[in-house]
Design a protein. Structure first.
Length: 474
């Protein structure tokens, strides 16, 4: 078995909990479906479920112990860590994990590009030392402390994603993580249903500096109109250095030249005075800009910049964020670009531009399948209609629209671009699947709540099949 991550004594001390037997755990889990042998199972209480109901199952599957806030039916006190509240206990475990490590930590937030930036940093630093980071998008009130609690004491580099939907959500998470470097990728009109203005969103993103170690580094987008606002907050919070990235003349990590290709980008940049040329394995100018933030962070950490630039060539897009799949449906072959994880006006424009640069074969077409963008507030209709311009500029051949908000865009499109409309992703699938042709490149994007992933899954299921009437499940 792997080396112990938590002993019963250390976990009890960290959480102010009590134990009645000695045990050691090699991991931390909150879900019995993904629990590994030797994990500490934390019985979180959610809106629709109570982890205490699964403690018996967790122990039967090989959990070393379970963190609980009270007795569990059919479970002996042996192997339990009893705390007042399991979420507070998980947070305490995370803070203790941070306190016992000398790791250099990067925290990433921003309206667009958090996960891909975090994943790229993790891949880069894994080639340079013992690295730990968030999996998937574990960036909220339970995901951040869970990721911290899983961090081994001998970690050298830590990468954490921190997200928010409302004000005052990032501050406590950043204070747990205590980053040495804090990145704000960009500030855009996202979650406007919960904010009065984009300036308020910038202030919420700036909460990441509330946990920044004194003298630490803030990495900020020089091309974003909120740069000065963020810089002031970072300096007021005790940042010792602000590194600006972007195209602007004053940027410290500055883009000099870029060649955008269908499957990659070739970049020349100046990173804090060091000239560097590299290939980026993910297509799209938005990824190029975030690569500048990545390299700026590597510089701030004192890691190997040249090795980092080499690693950028090996990167691929995360699931749901530009991942490409070639589907052989027997009588035709097409490419599916999966952008289904989330959407807002900025990420939509970036994805549309990237689709416009995609290479098609033969008589293939560039096709966008777009679902509703959610939480945009009172301007949501105009923001959907506003995508008509970027679609035309990118030369997108056909557009399928999904959902009541995206219907506003569909009505704005010229007749030759309209390919189909559906109230839901399930209702739209058959139209898309039956009309895709050989050589097409189809990009599917929408907010997670619009369930555009169902269309992606349905199209991928056509691989090596000729029947397109499969449909999509609920």
């Amino acid at each position: 078995m792997s080396e112990a991550l938590w002993t019963s004594t250390d976990a009890a001390l960290a959480t102010d909990g009590s134990v009645k037997s000695e045990w050691s755990a090699v991991g931390v889990s909150i879900d019995t479906r993904t629990l590994d042998l030797g994990d500490l199972f934390v019985a979180l209480i959610g809106d629709n479920s109570d982890g205490h109901a699964h403690v018996k199952d967790a122990l039967a599957k090989g959990a070393a112990a379970a963190m609980v806030s009270g007795p569990c039916e059919g479970v002996s006190d042996e192997g339990l860590l009893v705390v007042k509240d399991t979420l507070s206990g998980l947070q305490a475990l995370g803070r203790a994990a941070r306190a016992r490590t000398d790791a250099k930590i990067v925290a990433v937030t921003g309206s667009v590009g958090k996960t891909s930036t975090k994943d790229a940093l993790r891949s880069i630093l894994e080639a340079q030392g013992r690295t730990h980071g968030s999996v998937a998008s574990y960036n909220n009130h339970w995901g951040v402390p869970l990721t911290l609690a899983r961090m081994p004491a001998d970690t050298e580099w830590g990468i954490f994603e921190i997200g928010m939907n409302h004000a005052h959500e990032i501050t406590p998470l950043s204070q747990m993580v205590q980053p040495d470097v804090a990145i704000v990728t960009t500030v855009e009109p996202v979650h406007l249903a919960n904010f009065d203005s984009v300036e308020d969103i910038a202030d919420a993103k700036a909460e990441i500096f509330d946990g920044l170690k004194r003298g630490g580094t803030a990495v900020l987008n020089a091309d974003n109109p909120h740069f000065d606002r963020l810089k002031s907050r970072a300096l007021a919070a005790g940042a010792g250095r602000v590194i600006a990235f972007g195209k602007s003349d004053f940027a410290d990590a500055r883009l000099e030249k870029v060649a955008l290709h269908a499957s990659c980008s070739c970049v020349s940049a100046s990173i804090c005075g060091e000239a560097i040329t590299y290939k980026l394995g993910i297509p799209g100018e938005h990824h190029v800009m975030n690569s500048l933030a990545i390299l700026a962070s590597i510089h701030a950490l004192g890691a190997d910049l040249a090795l980092a630039a080499m690693t950028l060539a090996t990167l691929g897009a995360p699931k749901g964020r530009g991942e490409r799949h070639t589907v052989d449906a027997g009588d035709r072959q097409f490419v599916v670009v999966d952008e289904s994880y989330n959407a807002n006006p900025a990420s939509m424009r970036a994805a549309i531009t990237t689709l416009g640069a995609a290479e098609v074969k033969g008589s293939g077409r560039r096709i966008a399948v777009l679902g509703d963008m959610l939480e945009l507030g009172e301007d949501e209709v105009s923001m959907h209609r506003g995508l008509a311009g970027p679609l035309a500029e990118a030369g997108i051949d056909q557009v399928y629209a999904c959902g009541p908000l995206m219907k506003n865009l569909y009505e704005e499109l010229p007749a030759e671009t309209k390919a189909g409309y559906g109230e839901s992703s399930k209702a739209l699938f058959d139209q898309v699947a039956s009309q895709l042709g050989d050589g097409d490149v189809v990009m599917i994007k929408g907010s997670l709540g619009s369930r555009m992933g169902l269309i992606v899954d349905g199209l991928l299921a056509l691989h090596n099949k000729q029947d397109t009437s499969t449909g999509v499940g609920e």
